[in-house]
Structure formats: C-alpha cells, structure tokens
Design a protein around this ligand. Structure first.
Ligand code: G4P
Length: 526
C-alpha cells in the first residue's frame, strides 16, 4: 500500500464527554467491534474521575494505565481507526484541550438524563474554535431522560452546534423500543444487554407502511411518523460537506452499555469522518499528502518508575512518512534526532514500529528534549499552531523547602511544566514563582512528584489571584507605560511572555479600562 492510500484509510478522533456520560463504555464497545479487545471491562482508563476528587495517589496509579490507553488503534473495514483518549477529570482539562489538537474529528457523548453538562460545553467550545467535525451520541436511552426534541434544543443553545438527527428514538427508559435510523432508513429494535440480532434491524423506506404499527405499536408508530416529519422540516438537510466543515453535527441515539446504536454510529462514522486533515503552522498550511515528514508533540507522559526518568512524548504525524532510525529536525532545539524505538498503540498493547503515517500518533522515548508544542520535520522550520495554554484557575506561590536541593527543584519544576501539568509564572518585581493550575489536584501531584522523582521539596503559600492574562499591544509606548505602572501585578510565563495577574474580575476590568491600548488574552493563542 502506498503512502497516499495509507493516509486515506486513517481516521483519528477523540471521544469527549462530561464524566459518567459513558465515554469509556462507548470506547470499549467500539474496540470490541474492531476486535481490538475481546472482553468488556478491558478499558479501565480514566476511572480516576469517579473516586478521586482528592486522591492523587490514585491518579499516580492511573497514570500508568492511561499511557497504555492514551491512543487506541484498531482496524475496522480496512480502515485504521485511532481513538485518542481524553482525561475525564476536570482538573486535567488542559490535557484534553491539547489532545483535541491532535484529532481530526470528535464524538461527543451526552447522557440523556443529564443533558448538556459543563465539561462538555468547554470541550466543544475548543472544537468549534477549530471547526473540528463533531458527531453527537445521546447515550443511556434505556433510562428516563429529557425529551429528545428539548435535548436537541439544549445541544444547539448550550453547545452552539447546529444539529441534524440521523437517528430518532422510539420512547425511552422502560418504553424504549429502539431507533429509526434516518440515514440508512432502517428500524433498529432494542433488546437489552447487547442481544440485538440481525432480525431486529428492518428496512423501512416508507414510515407510512402499516408494518411499522405491527412492530412497535400504533401509538408509538404515529408518534414516530409525526416526529420524523417535524425533523425533516425543521432541521437542515445533512450533507457530509457541512459536517466536515464543522457547520452541522449529526446526532445519534443509543445505549452504549447495551451495545445499542453503537454499530450504526461506527458505520456512519467510517463513512463520513474526515481523513487526516491539514494543519496550520505559523509559516504555512501543511497538507498530509506532502512528501516530507512533519509532526508535533501534544502530550508528554513521565515514566512512573523514578529509576527510569525517561518520558514518552506523543507525536501526531501531520505529513509525509515517519521512519524509525531516521534523522529528524527538532525545530526548537535546532538539532537532528533519531528514534530507535518509536511505539504505536494498538488498543493498550505497545509495539515498536518502523514507519507511521499522517493521522497516526506515535510514542517517542524522551530524556528531556521535548516540550508540548514542539515540531519535528525533515529540516523545514515550522511551528504548528493551536496548542493553547489557558489561564489557570488556581494559584499558589511555590517556595523551596530544602535550600540544598535548589537545582533539583528548578529542574523538576521546569520538566513538570513541560509536561503541561501546570503553568509557572515568575513575578516581575521580586522573581517569586507562582504555579497556576486548572484544579487543586495538580498541586499535590507536583509536590509528590518533585519529592519522589527529583528529590526536591516545596512548600506552597496562598496567593489570591483570579486569572492570568497574556498581554500584548501594537503600541510600544502604551506597553512601556503599562509595564511601569503595573509592575507588581506582572509576571513572565515559561516562554518569557508578559502576563498580567488579576486579583479579581473587577480589578481586571478596571485595568482594562485604564489601558485601552493593551490587549488582554485568557489563552496564549492569540
Ligand atoms: P465515562 O467514561 O464517560 O465517565 O462513563 P462510563 O463509560 O464509565 O459510564 C458511566 C456509568 O454509566 C457506568 O456505570 C456505565 O456502566 C453506565 N452506562 C454507560 N452507558 C450506559 C447506558 O447506555 N445505559 C445505562 N443505563 N448506563 C450506562 P457505573 O455503575 O458507574 O460503572 P460500572 O460499574 O457499570 O462500570
């Protein structure tokens, strides 16, 4: 198979949801279809979010597991499908945002009883910013939940998505009878516990067929006819182009745990989901078909074993062909590097690979050369866009608790920041260091890892801050004035970019009004 055929058969996507909506269950069913796993219960990733609101030791244990399930590849109908796992715990939302830069499409899972939840809103917003194609899967139809029409309204208003149902439920909870698949014009009857057979799938090109009343009863059949008619008049027509440009999201209904509606979702997915997409760099757009290799690092995972300090850098291949033991150019460091044992991830089994293609994610063993966002090429200077940092939500001063271990502390802090665990800011007025995180858990993780992996110890001190805003201006004079007047609230991030540390929402507004020529950004992607 040549390179272009390899690219054409790849589909790389992520599943996002609020914790407990059914992401793990759906992933597992998809892997079962692909023959990548044999038994249910094999995917244990991300279970941390359940118990671990404050149990970071649990997270440490889980980190080992989640390396294996970070990328789950499987073959289905001659396609190579790569599912990129996204942490469910909200304290690790940044990890998820970054993983979303490495996918070509996403499936959003929503719990029919809970509707659109907070975590999903944030994640979908990031997808919308990049026009990532989205399929929506409404899960747990075997439970009582919101009315399907109301739920679609909620998806449109809260997630800002234009939707088009491609399947429609017949009842829900104890009255759930199945779905009508409008895409394939088939009636799929529900039987619990995945006991659905071929006989439960019936062709129904015309819903006025009286056979429908026999199958699901007169009243539900009439309701279905009415609702499908409404859908066809109210919702826009589905086209693959609109979906791929991120304008329109098809919606499916099902029950992951009962393996119902999952195959239909997968079959539609492989037909419509995009092949590896082009990516923007600061210099130019890079297309997957280009002959020369390029890729970027979107995630770094430290080794759990403190005796082996190497880490795994996850590289998404954007163009060309990656080959083992070949020199590639590390753009930020301006040097060539060779990888003797790059790994691929086929459903929790890691194996060394000889080559990889656009759409693939490979693991590169790293002894500290990589940072998130780094680019590898065959020599061209390229910087991939869109690996954003967002303003942290929680801040603490970090102090050295053991003066004999200053070097270790600094090294540890910098390396943990490279992994994207948190952000480090250095105050302009007194050089004190502040760690900013999305959630409180990371503070414990950092302290623990500094001690166990670097032999350094740190103490935290509270600092009351609301947000960190990256500041820019095209007016040099205005910037000079701003810096001299606000020095005590300014800091530098790890790339030495200027950041304004706002104590409260009110103080941020006041400073914005006082300095109209300064732009304040809540992410470093501007
Ligand atoms: P997550 O990864 O999005 O956090 O969700 P996960 O798949 O772990 O599912 C959360 C819970 O919802 C699990 O139950 C799972 O069995 C259940 N679930 C998933 N799909 C469906 C569905 O279609 N219908 C119903 N009724 N439940 C569903 P749990 O009791 O928390 O865990 P478990 O002991 O069953 O694994």
């Amino acid at each position: 198979m040549d390179r272009l055929q390899e690219i054409a058969r790849r589909r790389t996507f992520g599943i996002v949801s609020h914790p407990d909506a059914g992401k793990t269950t759906l992933t597992e069913k998809l892997l079962l279809f692909g023959g990548a796993i044999q038994t249910a219960g094999a995917v244990k990733s991300n279970k941390i979010k359940k118990h671990a609101t404050s149990d970071f030791m649990e997270i440490e244990k889980q980190r080992g597991i989640s390396v294996a399930t970070s990328v789950m590849g499987f073959e289905y109908e001659d396609l190579q499908i790569n599912i990129l796992d996204t942490p469910g715990h909200k304290d690790f939302a940044e990890d998820t945002f970054r993983t979303l830069t490495a996918v070509d499409s996403v499936i959003v899972v929503i719990d029919v009883a809970k509707g659109v939840e907070e975590q999903t809103e944030k994640l979908v917003e990031v997808c919308r910013m990049r026009s990532t194609p989205i399929i929506v899967f409404i899960n747990k139809m075997d439970r009582e939940g919101l009315d399907a029409m109301d739920l679609l309204d909620e998806v449109e208003t809260k997630l800002g998505l234009k939707v088009r149902p491609l399947s429609w439920p017949i009842g829900m909870g104890s009255r759930f009878q199945g779905v009508y698949n409008m895409y394939e014009k088939k009636l799929c009857l529900f039987s619990p516990h995945g006991k659905q057979t071929e006989e439960d799938i019936l062709e129904f090109n015309d819903l006025s067929d009286p056979e429908l009343d026999k199958k699901i009863g007169e009243k539900p059949a009439d309701e279905l006819r009415g609702e499908v008619e409404i859908i066809e008049t109210v919702y826009p027509e589905f086209t693959v182009e609109k979906y791929r440009s991120g304008e329109l999201s098809p919606v499916f209904f099902g029950s992951a745990v009962n393996n119902f509606g999952v195959k239909e979702l997968l079959d539609c997915f492989i037909e419509i989901a995009p092949t590896p997409r082009e990516r923007e760099t600061e210099e130019r757009v890079v297309r997957p078909e280009e002959e020369k290799f390029s890729g970027f690092i979107f995630k770094i995972h430290a080794n759990m074993d403190p005796k082996h300090r190497d880490r795994i850098a996850f590289c998404r291949i954007v163009s060309g062909q990656f080959e083992r033991n070949t020199n590639y150019y590390h753009v930020r460091q301006g040097k060539n590097m060779k990888f003797s044992n790059p790994t691929s991830f086929m459903a929790s089994k890691k194996s060394v690979i000889d080559d990889a293609y656009p759409g693939d994610v490979i693991g590169l063993y790293d002894s500290g050369n990589f940072k998130i966002g780094d680019t590898l090429t065959e020599g061209e200077i390229l910087h991939f866009k869109g690996i954003p940092s967002f303003s942290p939500e929680q801040f603490r001063y970090v102090n050295n608790a053991d003066p004999m271990k200053t070097k270790q502390l600094n090294k540890g802090l910098f390396e943990l920041m490279d992994e994207g665990l948190a952000q480090l800011f250095t105050k302009e007025d007194n050089n004190r260091k502040i760690i900013g995180t999305v959630g409180a858990l990371q503070f414990d993780v950092i302290q623990y890892r500094l001690e166990h992996e670097y032999g350094a110890s740190c103490r935290y001190e509270p600092v009351h801050l609301h947000k960190a805003c990256w500041v820019t201006s095209t007016d040099a004079e205005a910037m000079r004035e701003f810096i001299s007047r606000r020095k005590k609230d300014l800091a530098r991030d790890k790339h030495v970019r200027l950041v304004y540390l706002a104590e409260t929402a009110w103080s941020l507004r006041t400073v914005q009004e006082a300095h109209p020529k300064i732009n304040f950004h809540l992410s470093d992607e501007h």
